[in-house]
Design a binder for this molecule. Structure first.
Ligand SMILES: C[S@@+](CC[C@H](N)C(=O)[O-])C[C@H]1O[C@@H](n2cnc3c(N)ncnc32)[C@H](O)[C@@H]1O
Length: 398
């Protein structure tokens, strides 16, 4: 979803003809509903979000295929079977962490399976000797029913769901060969406690994010992300076999860019300002806003590299910025803002409902929409867009 946000920001900043957007949407939706995914009929998949997010998934597909071709020794990972499978069939285990409900997770895992098969073809290990097991992971609140109802009917793998937070252990030791995660690792396990504690010097009063907060608040988010990422890497370090791969896409800020100058974190301020208006109009209490912060953090390539190197379990094999598709011409701004709000609503509605109650959700997002239209984050050149990093790590052989 963060990728979607970045794409929409890009659309809003650089413009896009409504006509062109609709043509593109039609093309992509027909591509999505190809024979393989004909069973996917949920309205969810028709949202603009999914159409736009498809760009990122396609881009990452090429990189993952390359990563597997260049970095994965399948024979070494799963054994030395031959065309006659003398040792019996062997299992290649894949996990997608923060999979949501589809469609992107299906595209990603299918690409991983296809790329491995392609790699095996010229090798002596026969395809019939390998079975693929895919674990779909997300938080327990994820709609796993929808995920499983949407599973492609024709798939080359066995599917299982694994509920729970990915910052801790989810799988047995040395049981995974390939771990994938897209647009999920910028979500923190929780908001840093000190920023919502009125007694703390880091109390983030009147704001719900760190973009324009005092530096101490920002540092609390930095520390929480670093702690979460270390826990994530340590858990995967236990679960992934030596030589196994961990590939993820994470929305970032360019190195050296202050968060106050990037439209990704700045959007949180716009939502915060809509909430503060509701406080001034007596619709919600100030305490409710002060005790609410967005549990997300956008790292930078340099910061991420340092965390990975410190954790020590994985070597960095690839780290690339995903190219954005070229965005031509003039946009219809109202479409742009509607897309942006729809995207954020999909991501944040649950949190807003939990904090402010069901009755206020529509109000919050209507106000957010108006604030976005008034804001300068898409027009002021001071605000730079975020970048999407594709990162490929290899588990060191202990
Ligand atoms: C923006 S969606 C990305 C979905 C999908 N990977 C994609 O690329 O379209 C982020 C997903 O990460 C999940 N998520 C966030 N924090 C998580 C955690 N600690 N453990 C597992 N899943 C998490 C969310 O529930 C959500 O489904």
């Amino acid at each position: 979803m963060a990728y979607t946000a970045t794409i929409i920001i890009h659309l809003c900043r650089h413009g896009y003809k409504t006509q062109a957007l609709l043509v593109l949407g039609n093309r992509l939706s027909s591509a999505i509903f190809n024979v393989r995914y004909a069973s996917l009929r949920s309205v969810h998949f028709l949202t603009t979000n999914m159409i736009l997010q498809r760009w990122g998934v396609e881009k990452a597909k090429e990189l993952i295929a390359r990563a597997i071709a260049e970095n994965l020794n399948v024979k070494q990972l799963v054994g030395t079977g031959t065309a006659s499978c003398p040792g019996g069939r062997t299992t290649f285990s894949i996990a997608d962490l923060g999979c949501s409900v589809g469609l992107n997770t299906f595209i990603a895992v299918e690409n991983i399976v296809d790329s491995i098969k392609l790699k095996l073809n010229p090798a002596s290990l026969s395809l019939e000797c390998i079975e693929f097991q895919v674990f779909f992971n997300d938080l327990v609140s994820n709609d796993f029913n929808l995920l499983f109802k949407s599973l492609p009917s024709e798939r080359g793998y066995f599917a299982a769901g694994v509920p729970g937070g990915f910052h801790g252990r989810l799988f047995p030791s040395r049981s995974l060969h390939f771990v994938h995660s897209s647009y999920a690792l910028h979500w923190l396990s929780e908001v840093p406690k000190e920023v919502v504690d009125p007694g703390s010097p880091f109390y983030n009063k009147g704001r719900i994010g760190y973009a324009t907060a005092p530096v101490e608040v920002y540092e609390a988010f930095v520390a929480k992300f670093s702690e979460d990422m270390e826990r994530f890497l340590n858990a995967r370090g236990e679960e992934v076999v030596g030589g196994g791969l961990l590939a993820f896409i994470i929305p970032c800020l360019s190195d050296g860019l202050p968060p106050s100058q990037c439209s990704l974190p700045a959007i949180g301020d716009v939502l915060g300002s809509a909430l503060m208006d509701m406080v001034h109009q007596g619709m919600i209490t100030e305490d409710k806003v002060d005790s609410f912060n967005l549990p997300r953090y956008h790292t930078s390539p340099k910061e991420l590299t340092a965390i990975i190197e410190r954790s020590g379990n994985f070597s960095i094999e690839m780290m690339e910025v995903l190219d954005r598709p070229p965005m031509p011409e003039v946009i219809d701004k109202s479409i742009c803002f509607r897309m942006m709000v729809r995207h954020f609503r999909a991501t944040l509605e649950g949190l807003i409902r939990e904090q402010f109650g069901d009755g206020l959700v529509d109000q919050v997002f209507e106000r957010f929409s108006k604030k976005l239209e008034e804001s300068s984050i898409f027009t002021d050149p001071k605000y730079k867009p975020g970048v999407e990093m594709f990162v490929l790590l290899k588990r060191k052989i202990a």
